[in-house]
Design a protein around this ligand. Structure first.
Ligand code: PRX
Length: 648
C-alpha cells in the first residue's frame, strides 16, 4: 500500500518493497536489533566473516579520540580475503571479473586466474624493490589490470594511492609528490567513446618537468598505442608479472596498517589524502555489501563507478571480491556506440545487481525510455544508487524502467571518508522512500543536528553527523593530522561532521540535501571550489575568483566561476576559453567550469569574505534576500543586471 504525506517540505511517498522475502526481512530486523543494542558486539560478530591470520584481541579502542582503532591485535591480508580464501572450494572456478571493453571484447578471470595474476605481479613488484608500507601510485583505466594492481599492492602491504584516470598530468604530479611514490603503475591509455585517453603521455608530463620521486613506471598494455618507454625507468606490466613467482606470500598486516590512501577534494586548494586501514575497512565494506545488496552466490554484480573513486575501491574491488561475488567491469562510456550500451551489457551478462549514480540515471531519462525498453532486463533483482541525492522522480523512473517495478532500490549514502555505506535502506525493509537514503546501516549512529548541537526538529534542515565511530572510517588525513581534526572533529566534540546538510521526516527517514561546505558535487564527483579558484587566479588576467555549484538538470551541480579581472584586462570569449582550458589542464576535464562570469566585483561581507550563497542565488535566478550586511550592497544588483536570470 502506498501513502503520501507532506511535512515542512519533506515529502515522502513510500513504495512498498516488491520483493519482500521472509528470510531477508528477518535478517534486516535481526541486524538492526543487534546493531542498536550493542554496536561493538555487532561489529565483533561481523568480523567473523573475514579470515584473520591472527585473531584480534580488542574490538575497539577509543582512548585517543578521534584517532580510533579497531580490532586491535588482529592480523589479516586484504588480498588473501578477496582471493585465496575462495580457492579451497568450487569458487576457484567461479568468475571473479567479467570484463568488457568498449569495443565489446570480453575477458573473464576466475578466482583462480585472479589469484595467479595478483601473485605474479605482487612477486614482480617485490623483486623490483617495492617495500611493505611504501605508497604505490596507480593511474589506470577500468581494466582488470587495475584490480590486479590494487590487490597486488595489498598483498605485499604497500598501500596504494589510485589517481582517477580522468585527472590531468598536473593533478597526478601533485598526488605522486604528496605520497612520495617511487613506483607508479599505469597503462598506455584508456578507451572512451572510441578514442584513447593518453595515460602514459600524462605520466611522462607529470614526471618530466620537476624532480620526481618516481623511479619505476609499470605500464599495462591496453589501447595498443605506441608509447615511448624510458630506458631504466619504464617497464611493461607483463614483464614485471613474468618476472614474478606463481606464489607470493601475503603479508600479515596489522588491522590498523594502512590499506590505501585516496585523495579527495576539500575546502582548500590542496586535496586530502584520506587514509584507510585494513581490518575495520574490510569488515565494514564486506558487511555492508553482503546485507545491503543481499549478496547471493549466483549474482552477477555490476557497479558502474570508476576504480579511481571510493565507490570503485570499496564496491568494485574489496567488498564484492571478499564476498566471492562475480563483478562486471566495463571500460567505456554509456553512450558508445549507442545510448543503450548499459542495457545491452545487463542483458548480455544477465546482471542481477546494478549499482549506479543519479547523474547517470538522469542522462538515461533524457535519452528516452525506448533504450532500456529494447532490452531484456529481467535478470535484475536489486538496484543501487550513490554519489548524490536522487530526486524522487528519478528514483521512480529507475524503479520502473530499469527495475521493472520488481527490484528494491538501495540509495546508499556514504563518503570517501566513511569507506562504507552509512545510510541506506535494506532489502528486507517493508517499504522504501524514493529520494531518501532512509536510515543508518545497523551498528551505525547518525543524526541531524542544529547549530547548537541538538537534534534538529522533524523537517528542519541541519547538519548530518555520525555520533559513534564505525569500523571502515578513515583514520586520518595522510601527513596532515591537524586538517583531520579541524575539518571533521572541531564542529561538535567527539562527533564526526560529514559536511552534508540533511533533514529527517516524521517517520525518521533521512533526506540528505547535499554539501553545505565549499565543496560541490558535479555528476557525483566531489570538487572543492577553492581548488578551482586557486587555478583561476594563476592566470595573469585574473584578480579574484569565486566558484559555485549551480543547479544542473543532469549533473546535479554545474561549475560556475565568477571572475574579476585585473586592471587593463577585459572579459572576452578568448579569455573565457583560456580559463576553462587552464582548469581542465591543471585538474582534469571534470573540473572545467561550465560558465565563466566576468564581474567587476564580488559580493563580500564587511570582513571581506566572499558570499557564495548570494552568487549561487544569482546564478540560479533566485530572489535575493537581505543584502544589508554586504560591504557594498550595490554589487549584487550590478551582477544581477549584467547576467539576469541564468537558470538553465
Ligand atoms: O554529499 C554527499 C554525496 O557525496 C559526498 C561524498 O562524496 P565522495 O566522498 O566523493 O563519495 C561519493 C561516493 C560515496 C557526500 O558527502 N553523496 C554520496 N552518496 C549520496 C550522497 N548524497 C545523497 N545521497 C547519497 N546516496
Amino acid at each position: 500500500m502506498k501513502h503520501q504525506h507532506q511535512k515542512n517540505d519533506v515529502a515522502s511517498h513510500r513504495v512498498v518493497n516488491p520483493l519482500l522475502d521472509q528470510k531477508v526481512r528477518e535478517t534486516a530486523v535481526k541486524l538492526r536489533e543487534m546493531g542498536s543494542q550493542d554496536p561493538l558486539k555487532f561489529w565483533a560478530e561481523m568480523s567473523r566473516d573475514i579470515e584473520w591470520s591472527k585473531n584480534w584481541e580488542k574490538v575497539f579502542d577509543g582512548s585517543n579520540t578521534p584517532f580510533y582503532r579497531w580490532f586491535l591485535g588482529g592480523q589479516l591480508n586484504a588480498s588473501y580475503n578477496c582471493i585465496d580464501r575462495h580457492l579451497a572450494g568450487w569458487r576457484r572456478n567461479k568468475a571473479a571479473i567479467i570484463f568488457e571493453d568498449e569495443r565489446g571484447e570480453t575477458r573473464v578471470l576466475t578466482y583462480q586466474d585472479l589469484y595467479r595474476e595478483v601473485n605474479r605481479l605482487a612477486s614482480g613488484l617485490k623483486k623490483l624493490g617495492v617495500k611493505r608500507g611504501e605508497v604505490v601510485t596507480i593511474y589506470m583505466p577500468m581494466i582488470p589490470e587495475s584490480v590486479i594492481a590494487m590487490l597486488a599492492c595489498a598483498r605485499i602491504g604497500a598501500p596504494h594511492s589510485v589517481v582517477f584516470g580522468g585527472f590531468s598530468a598536473d593533478a597526478l604530479r601533485d598526488r605522486i609528490q604528496d605520497a612520495s611514490s617511487r613506483f607508479l603503475i599505469t597503462a598506455d591509455g584508456g578507451m572512451r567513446r572510441g578514442k584513447s585517453v593518453p595515460l602514459k603521455q600524462n605520466v611522462d608530463i607529470a614526471l618530466g618537468s620537476e624532480k620526481s620521486p618516481v623511479e619505476k613506471v609499470i605500464v599495462a598494455r591496453n589501447t595498443g598505442d605506441a608509447v615511448p618507454m624510458q630506458q631504466g625507468r619504464d617497464l611493461w606490466f607483463d614483464d614485471v608479472s613474468n618476472s614474478g613467482e606463481l606464489y607470493c606470500e601475503p603479508e600479515r598486516m596489522d588491522a590498523e596498517d594502512p590499506l590505501f590512501i585516496l585523495y579527495s577534494s576539500g575546502t582548500t586548494g590542496k586535496p586530502k589524502g584520506i587514509l584507510h586501514t585494513t581490518g575495520g575497512y574490510m569488515i565494514g565494506v564486506h558487511t555492508t555489501y553482503k546485507y545491503t545488496f543481499d549478496h547471493r552466490e549466483e549474482d552477477i554484480y555490476w557497479c558502474t563507478a570508476d576504480i579511481g573513486w571510493i565507490t570503485g575501491h570499496s564496491y568494485i574491488v574489496y567488498a564484492p571480491l571478499s564476498n566471492g561475488a562475480t563483478v562486471v567491469l566495463y571500460e567505456g562510456s554509456p553512450d558508445y556506440p549507442s545510448q543503450d550500451r548499459f542495457w545491452s551489457i545487463i542483458e548480455k551478462y544477465r546482471v542481477s545487481v546494478f549499482y549506479t549514480a543519479p547523474t547517470a540515471i538522469r542522462l538515461f531519462i533524457k535519452w528516452g525510455d525506448q533504450w532500456p525498453a529494447s532490452h531484456d532486463l529481467s535478470s535484475l533483482r536489486l538496484l543501487g544508487s550513490v554519489g548524490e541525492p536522487i530526486n524522487p522522480e528519478v528514483w521512480l523512473w529507475y524503479y520502473k524502467h530499469i527495475g521493472g517495478e520488481k527490484c528494491p532500490v538501495m540509495d546508499t549514502w556514504w563518503q570517501t571518508e566513511t569507506g562504507m555505506f552509512l545510510i541506506t535502506p535494506l532489502p528486507g525493509d517493508e517499504s522504501f522512500v524514493p529520494g531518501a537514503a532512509t536510515c543508518p546501516f545497523p551498528g551505525v549512529d547518525v543524526a541531524v543536528l542544529n547549530e547548537q548541537g541538538e537534534p534538529a526538529e522533524t523537517g528542519e534542515q541541519g547538519y548530518l553527523v555520525v555520533r559513534k565511530p564505525w569500523p571502515a572510517m578513515f583514520r586520518t588525513l595522510y601527513k596532515d593530522e591537524e586538517r583531520y581534526l579541524n575539518t571533521y572533529w572541531s564542529q561538535y566534540k567527539g562527533i564526526y561532521f560529514t559536511g552534508d546538510g540533511a533533514k529527517q521526516d516524521e517517520e525518521g527517514a533521512i533526506w540528505v540535501i547535499g554539501r553545505i561546505d565549499d565543496v560541490i558535487n558535479v555528476s557525483g564527483h566531489r570538487i572543492g571550489t577553492a581548488e578551482i579558484e586557486s587555478v583561476l587566479v594563476e592566470h595573469e588576467a585574473v584578480a579574484e575568483a569565486a566558484v559555485i555549484g549551480k543547479k544542473h538538470e543532469i549533473k546535479g551541480q554545474a561549475i560556475a566561476a565568477f571572475v574579476t579581472l585585473k586592471e587593463g584586462h577585459n572579459g572576452s570569449e578568448e579569455l573565457d576559453a583560456a580559463l576553462k582550458k587552464l582548469v581542465a589542464g591543471r585538474i582534469g576535464a571534470l573540473a572545467r567550469p561550465e560558465e565563466i562570469l566576468f564581474s567587476a566585483e564580488l559580493p563580500k561581507t564587511r570582513s571581506g569574505k566572499i558570499i557564495r550563497r548570494l552568487l549561487r542565488d544569482i546564478a540560479e535566478g533566485k530572489i535575493i534576500g537581505d543584502t544589508t550586511t554586504l560591504m557594498d550592497p550595490q554589487v549584487v544588483s550590478s551582477i544581477k543586471e549584467k547576467y539576469g536570470s541564468m537558470e538553465s
